[in-house]
Design a protein around this ligand. Structure first.
Ligand SMILES: Nc1nc2c(ncn2[C@@H]2O[C@H](COP(=O)(O)OP(=O)(O)OP(=O)(O)O)[C@@H](O)[C@H]2O)c(=O)[nH]1
Length: 366
């Protein structure tokens, strides 16, 4: 080979060749044992001091692996490997570079000396683009035997396979991390939706004025077997109603009426424990479910609420009446317990209000 013919980088073929090389994302990566081994094997088989796997990247020649060469990379222009890829289908062997004026301008050096011998096999992508070479060099002229040339070509094929494997592994890693990122995005959206759903449910279940649970929350609980499980143990129910609340509204206006309702809700919240259910059941009617609480304790809690309401900081006196009943899941439905507590409340109202009345239905009448 004698003519110097460097392809112009802006040609379409050159840009496709560069795109093929870019798809491997191998240029400027750290050394890898498998490529180093190929280079060592090439030097040993051809009995030369220098060998390399070169890649032609834009305007430079970069070595993925090399032994014996002085420079880690070189300008592409007039480099030996750039000549070698002009015909991707054939191996270039120059027994004596000094006898070929076309190679005089190359800048490769081996221990400070210019190489005299060069053999390079193009490294091909599956679609036939020459990415670089597997090459061997010596500082003295020499001839390669046919078996050595054949071995060099086999090593170039191995290097191409390695590049392909490397690209495949990289693609797999990319796909995996894309899939993981996708899974993370889905999980985030799911958690966000769940959060929004819970927020909406919270809003839907809460009474706007008092912040207590509302009646529809109670209906949901009634239909929720898990929540109803809580009432499998003994429990008590307090039905509480603000006394003469119509008068409060009529005399002091709805705004103060609303404030009075918030004070009652605050008294209820302050008097119950976590796990108890405090519900604004109707306009000025409240329901308190006390799981695991016996009748005597429930009456105490109802009194506490009554006293707290009486002490509320309002510009008018406010009182509540309450009816209390105990439930036994093996005998009573929640509706029956409510009915008995409501009867007790009715009696509290009838007896003059501002009091707590206990359900007195005989056990055998239930
Ligand atoms: N300000 C205000 N008033 C409400 C609200 N919900 C219901 N009310 C009023 O509460 C009053 C309830 O009155 P009644 O059912 O006659 O009972 P009461 O006046 O409390 O009399 P007793 O229950 O017999 O002591 C009505 O005037 C309703 O308009 C509310 O959210 N805010």
């Amino acid at each position: 080979m004698s003519a110097v013919r460097v392809p112009h980088p802006s040609t379409e073929i050159e840009s496709r060749r560069q795109a093929a090389l870019d798809s491997y994302a191998v240029v400027d990566t750290p050394p890898e044992q498998a490529f180093d081994d190929i280079v060592r094997l090439a030097a040993t088989l051809c009995d030369v001091p220098a060998a390399a796997i070169s890649l032609i990247d834009h305007e430079r020649l970069w070595f993925k692996a090399q032994i014996g060469l002085d420079q880690p990379q070189l300008p592409r222009f007039n480099s030996l490997c750039d000549h070698a890829i002009l015909d991707p289908g054939s191996t270039v062997v120059v027994d004596d570079l000094a006898a070929n004026p076309g190679f005089a301008a190359h800048r490769q050096r081996i221990g400070g000396q210019p190489p005299r011998f060069y053999a390079g096999v193009p490294l091909l992508s599956p679609d036939g683009y020459a990415l670089g070479t597997v090459c061997v060099m010596d500082v003295v002229p020499r001839r390669l035997g046919a078996p050595q040339l054949h071995a060099l070509e086999l090593l170039a094929r191995q290097a191409s396979h390695l590049l392909e494997l490397r690209r495949y592994a990289r693609k797999q890693r990319e796909l995996l991390s894309e899939r993981e990122a996708f899974a993370r995005r889905i999980e985030r959206s799911r958690a966000e939706l769940q959060h929004r759903h819970e927020q909406l449910q919270q809003t839907a279940n809460r009474d706007e004025l008092t912040g207590l649970l509302n009646r529809s929350a109670l209906v949901q609980l009634r239909n929720n077997p898990e929540a109803m499980q809580k009432l499998q143990q003994a429990y008590s129910l307090v039905v509480l109603d603000v006394d003469l609340f119509k008068q409060v509204n009529d005399r002091h206006g709805h705004l103060l009426g609303d404030r009075a309702l918030r004070e009652v809700a605050a008294a209820v919240t302050a008097s119950v424990r976590e796990g108890d259910l405090a519900v604004r059941y109707g306009g000025e009617e409240f329901l308190i479910v006390l799981p695991g609480t016996n009748l005597a304790s429930a009456v105490e809690i109802a009194h506490r609420i009554r006293l707290r309401v009486a002490e509320a900081s309002l510009p008018f006196p406010l009182t509540v009446s309450a009816g209390v009943a105990a439930g036994d899941a093996s005998r009573d439905s929640p509706e029956q317990v409510f009915e008995r507590a409501d009867q007790a409340l009715y009696r509290a109202k009838a007896a003059g209000r501002n009091r707590v009345v206990v359900d007195d239905t005989p056990y055998f009448n239930r």
